[in-house]
Design a protein around this ligand. Structure first.
Ligand SMILES: Cc1ncc(COP(=O)(O)O)c(C=O)c1O
Length: 489
């Protein structure tokens, strides 16, 4: 028997391995070494001249093998420290987009690295629907336990991307409401990049050259600026806007009776521009869906974990209406969740892989940390960080109002919710916003853009590990980059 093994004869070999104290000590040693290596990453620093040739070659290799260059010249060195990440050119940047929402716990989180090392001891790298280990069951249970606190969601089917989770949810909706063959989605929604999701997603560029066979009816998303313009007399603009949308929805239902399988709700639009909507808007539409037997599906691939509760449907108190929900990104392993009455017939859902052993372990730990941490509620850290973000942008706007020209499509220069943050300089025009993101990158803060006219700079920061005092150095870079971009206009 190996040294340090705390096994009894009754244990299975797998249990013996998992409780091996030598392995546990080794993992602790590795994590301690990691902590010491990452402790030198304390702030933004420029690329190193002596790495330029090697780094340029890496970027050229990436272009060659991919057939196109990288959007940002980003290749990580493999280590970071919370929101800070070291690149292979020696630069250190604040990662305020975290892999488009994946790295809520930042880079090289010691706890997650320790869990990943345990996961790496599994007999297989990938787990599948035919053969899985306990991790897959525990991950799905943890997700369902959180989702079912305020909804009737009961089952989770795991897979490897948000788009695939959406494909699965779509099949579940179609099977349940067969022969209905149409879907309802919001204008500007994004659902992923499979053929069907590219068709439902409301972006012309995402489906260039693709034949179209999905039948989609688009609804307006809530537009606070338009609602404001509609307000007249005693009736609020919000009420008028909602009435207009209900009229729109009823037209579709009357035009195609019993032909809609589902209405896909991105409760806070992600790629569409971090647009929020009042509860009353979603509730009114969901009630029409219920009355017409149309499945209500919350696509939470981007919102999960980031609003003021773990699920956006909880934040908006809409759990009673939800039949289907998809999650991904920060969960590491993606999932379609559904209520018992949407549980599909055997044969509809499967797939070789459901996730990697490391992803399942780490994803489970992330759900536990979200559950047990101080992220949610009115004064939770998501809300506190969001306020700091808004205050920081407003302080820049007070100093430089000329960087934030308003127009009737921009109701506010900052918006979003919790860990979904956007600001809208330069009148929301695409070119200066995209260029600003590039300048921000060069200066040491990684962001991305979102929206479709107006465009916005967006952040999905690693709020799980970001300290409140780290906003000051981020805003220093933001102001410097904006000054550079404004000078070019
Ligand atoms: C709302 C939403 N749904 C689905 C997806 C697709 O996820 P994935 O890129 O993992 O396929 C995304 C990705 O950004 C998303 O934001």
């Amino acid at each position: 028997m190996a040294n340090g093994t705390a096994a009894s004869m009754e244990q299975l070999a797998g249990e013996t391995l998992r409780s091996n104290t030598t392995i546990r000590d080794s993992i602790n040693n590795i994590v301690d070494e990691l902590k010491s290596a990452q402790s030198e990453l304390t702030g933004v620093r420029p690329a190193r001249a002596d790495r330029k040739i090697e780094y340029d070659q890496l970027l050229a290799d990436a272009s060659e093998v991919r057939g196109r260059g990288l959007y940002y010249p980003y290749v990580g060195s493999g280590i970071g420290n919370g929101p800070l990440v070291e690149l292979a050119d020696g630069s250190v940047k604040f990662d305020m987009i975290s892999g488009i929402g994946v790295q809520f716990f930042g880079h090289s989180d010691p706890d997650l690295v320790g869990v990943a090392l345990e996961g790496a001891m599994a007999d297989t790298v990938m787990q599948g629907n035919l053969q899985m280990n306990e991790e897959a069951i525990r991950f799905a249970e943890a997700l369902v336990a959180q989702a079912s606190r305020s909804s009737k969601l009961k089952h989770a089917f795991l897979c490897n991307s948000g788009a695939m989770a959406n494909e699965n949810a779509l099949k579940v909706a179609f099977q349940k409401h067969s022969p209905a063959s149409r879907v309802i989605a919001f204008q500007d929604c994004f659902m992923g990049r499979t053929w069907t999701m590219a068709q439902i997603g409301d972006s012309a560029a995402g489906r260039v050259g693709l034949p179209l066979n999905a039948m989609v009816d688009y609804m307006p998303f809530y537009d606070a600026a338009a609602a404001k313009r509609l307000s007249a007399g005693d009736v609020s603009g919000e009420t008028r806007y909602i009435d207009m949308c209900l009229w729109h929805l009823e037209q579709y239902i009357n035009r195609y009776p019993k032909q809609h399988a589902c209405f896909i709700f991105e409760l806070v639009q992600g790629e569409g521009g971090f647009r929020t909507a009042p509860r009353a808007f979603h509730k009114a539409l969901m009630e029409v869906c219920k009355a017409n037997e149309i499945a209500v599906w919350a696509d939470e691939v981007q919102t999960f974990g980031r609003t003021d509760q773990m699920f956006a449907f909880e934040t908006l108190e809409l759990g009673d209406y939800i039949n289907l929900c998809t999650v991904g990104k920060m969960t590491q392993v993606c999932a379609a969740l559904y209520t018992a009455d949407y549980n599909p017939k055997p044969g509809l859902l499967s797939g070789t892989f459901l996730g990697s052993s490391v992803g399942l372990r780490v994803g489970h730990r992330i759900i536990e940390r979200l559950r047990d941490g101080d992220y949610y509620g009115e004064n939770g850290s998501n809300a506190r960080h969001h306020k700091l973000f808004r205050d920081g942008i407003r302080a820049i706007a007070v100093k430089h109002p000329e960087w934030f020209p308003q127009n009737d499509r921009i109701l506010d220069i900052v918006d979003g919710c919790g860990g979904m943050m956007r600001f809208t300089p330069f009148g929301g025009k695409k070119d200066p916003i995209v260029n600003l993101c590039r300048t921000l990158y060069d200066e040491g803060v990684i962001t991305f853009y979102c929206g479709h006219d107006p465009y916005h700079v967006r952040m999905l920061p690693p709020l799980g590990v970001m300290r409140e005092d780290q906003w000051a150095p981020v805003f220093e870079v933001v102001e410097r980059a904006m000054a550079k971009q404004a000078a070019q206009l």
